[in-house]
Design a protein around this ligand. Structure first.
Ligand code: F6R
Length: 610
């Protein structure tokens, strides 16, 4: 998952590949590599660490050749290392592949190819693709790739090179972006436009399930049936900065748009064809799961809010006591740790100083640690006993969005697995929960529509000058209210607080006066009436109430001043959906106020110091 560049032309290919990859460095990566055709051979060079390490190596020992593929890797399957870096080549060195995305059925394919005599040099899902293409190869690289695609499940953008075909590169796209750059006497492949902007502004945008033969003097695109596709040339008129953001104004809005895909990538490899949750990657035994007496969740900021959702959900469905603490508080109290505790440590970066300190304290006392993180090879992932990755891809905006929703998704998967193993979630309920969980990426997509965005933009335009905002909610809606409030204050600098709606009359209601903006999350059906009472209380004191509710709660329109509707799902899964409008609202308030959305003042993406 990260950057792909491919080149075929007259130039020294490693110069173009390294230059193109350097334009993708902003996305974050942990290793880089190239495969180049030279003298009837494929030369592969790949290095863990910064692109500079690869570039230095290529300077010291150059690889000649005018056709090649390159990659910067953001680890998913297998730690960052030279072996796991792309390109991945067959043992004979005939075919090499670079890949962005996730191959969901790679274990199955690996087993199958193993029976055909293939051996594997890495822990990646990508290596399977090189061998699969080789397996189908009968003299035509394009045909072999088409055949291999029929067996691949998941998301992938690929660039494939073969020593037997020095006149072409093959490019493939399925649920992961890939473009083809059109030059004169040279052509390019790239996962992102900035990689090739120095060479051309004319591109073909490859669509899902399309395969392209990229030659020096032309590009042919085919659909999955091998039928040629006519594609208009897309002229890029963005500057480099806009191109890095995929045409979006900021990384944050790009990352909000990526949420459905991030959810899909995190979820689908972990649900089997039989609709069972498969947490093989967690490597936790059933015995351990059955012996857990207490779960303790520790995290900071947005990750803490994800943990709060798990407290409600786990206690309801698992009937295990769950404690949750902010890492900076946890580390300076004198917590009671039991060996039968399971600690869940949540951290997008995996490097947050307070979270690391809390994790180490619990581990020292003998507790087992399960980490949820977005960064393979991060400190948290290396020190934990069990690791579950959110496959959200790099998150660049300081304000966390897609990492948060995928963290919640991982927690739901843990809930389902633990519930099944411990017998607290019965078969019928389990099936219903899995079925609904699978719908969430599509439902998230339904929220990020043009109409909804227009509505939220208008609302942000109207409210962005308020001095204070209060978020209200009960139960899981309260956890979302906390996150919505944090998002708003961190990127719009509007003072905001979140209250458990039932606490209103114990103090906060004194703050409500004419036109105070109150954002109420009202998705929990069993508490709907109670939330309605709270809405009435603040309305009676002059508040302007903006509700976030499900499509089914139509009556909310009459009770409030404004409503944003999200699709219906089970109450327990609502937070993944209801938080998205709060992210969009915060984003557009920030834009309206002219704030540097992606880098709000005083904040850093990764808080590695206390
Ligand atoms: C807010 C935000 C922060 C982080 C917090 C923990 O949008 O991003 O609150 O959630 O600093 O960071 P990680 O998850 O990297 O440990």
């Amino acid at each position: 998952m990260c950057g792909i560049v491919g080149y075929i032309g007259e130039k020294k290919s490693t110069d173009v590949l390294v230059d193109g990859l350097s334009k993708l460095e902003y996305r974050g990566y942990d290793s880089a590599g190239v495969a180049v055709y030279n003298n009837e051979c494929l030369d592969v060079r790949k290095k863990k660490g910064r692109l500079k390490i690869l570039a230095n190596s290529l300077e010291e020992q150059p690889l000649d050749g005018t056709i090649g593929i390159g990659h910067t890797r953001w680890a998913t399957h297998g730690a960052p290392s030279d072996e796991n870096a792309h390109p991945h080549a067959t043992a004979s060195g005939e075919i090499a592949v670079v890949h962005n995305g996730i191959i969901e059925n790679y274990m199955k394919l690996k087993d199958y190819l193993g029976t055909k005599g293939y051996t594997f040099a890495s822990q990646t899902d990508t290596e399977v693709i090189a061998h699969l293409v080789d397996y189908y190869y009968e003299g035509d690289l394009y045909n072999a790739v088409q055949e291999a695609m029929k067996r691949l499940e998941g998301s992938y953008a690929l660039a494939v090179i073969s020593k037997n075909h020095p006149d072409e590169l093959i490019a493939v796209r399925k649920d992961s972006p890939l473009i083809l750059g059109i030059g004169e006497g040279e052509n390019f492949i790239a996962s992102d436009i900035p990689a090739i902007l120095a060479y051309t502004r004319n591109v073909y945008l490859l669509e899902d399930d399309e395969v392209a033969r990229v030659r020096k003097d032309g590009i042919d695109i085919y659909d999955k049936y091998g039928i040629p596709v006519m594609r208009e040339i897309f002229k890029v008129d963005w500057d480099v900065e806009a191109a890095e953001k995929g045409g979006y104004k900021h990384f944050m809005i790009k990352e909000i748009h990526e949420e459905p895909k991030a959810l899909r990538d995190t979820l689908s490899p972990r649900i089997t064809e039989e609709n069972e949750v498969n947490l093989k990657d967690l490597e936790i035994s059933n015995r351990r799961i059955k012996n857990i007496d207490r779960i303790v969740i520790v995290a900071c900021g947005t990750a803490y809010h994800a943990g709060l959702i798990a407290k409600y959900a786990f206690e309801e469905k698992l009937r295990i006591p769950v404690e949750i603490d902010i890492a900076s508080e946890y580390r300076y109290r004198n917590p009671i740790v039991n060996e039968s505790d399971l600690y869940i440590i949540i951290s997008q970066s995996g490097e947050t100083a307070d979270t690391l300190a809390a994790m180490r304290m619990a581990k020292k006392e003998g507790a087992k640690i399960l980490a949820i993180t977005n960064v393979v090879g991060s400190t948290v992932s290396r020190e934990a006993d069990y690791v579950m990755y959110t496959w959200a891809g790099p998150e660049i905006a300081v304000a966390s969005t897609k990492a948060y929703t995928t963290q919640i998704l991982c927690l739901y998967l843990i809930m389902l697995e633990f519930g099944k193993v411990r017998g607290s979630i019965k078969e019928d309920e389990y099936a219903a929960l899995v079925k609904e969980l699978k719908q969430l990426p599509a439902k998230a997509e339904e929220i990020i529509t043009e109409d909804n965005i227009k509505h939220i933009m208008k609302s942000a335009h109207k409210h962005c000058t308020v001095a204070d905002t209060y978020f209200l909610g009960r139960n899981l809606d309260y956890a979302v209210a906390l996150e919505g409030s944090l998002k708003l204050k961190e990127i719009s600098y509007i003072h905001s607080e979140a209250f458990a709606a039932g606490e209103l009359k114990h103090g906060p209601i004194a703050l409500i006066e004419d036109n105070t903006l109150v954002i109420t999350i009202a998705t929990q059906s069993k508490l709907f009436e109670k939330t309605v009472s709270n809405i009435k209380e603040v309305k009676a004191r002059g508040a302007f109430v903006l509700a976030i509710a499900t499509e089914h709660a139509n009556m909310i329109k009459d009770l409030t001043d404004e409503a944003i509707f999200v699709p219906q799902t089970l109450d327990i899964f609502m937070p993944i959906l209801s938080v998205i409008p709060t992210q969009l609202f915060a984003y557009y308030c920030s834009v309206e106020r002219g704030i540097d959305v992606d880098k709000p003042r005083n904040l850093a993406k990764s808080v590695t110091v206390e």
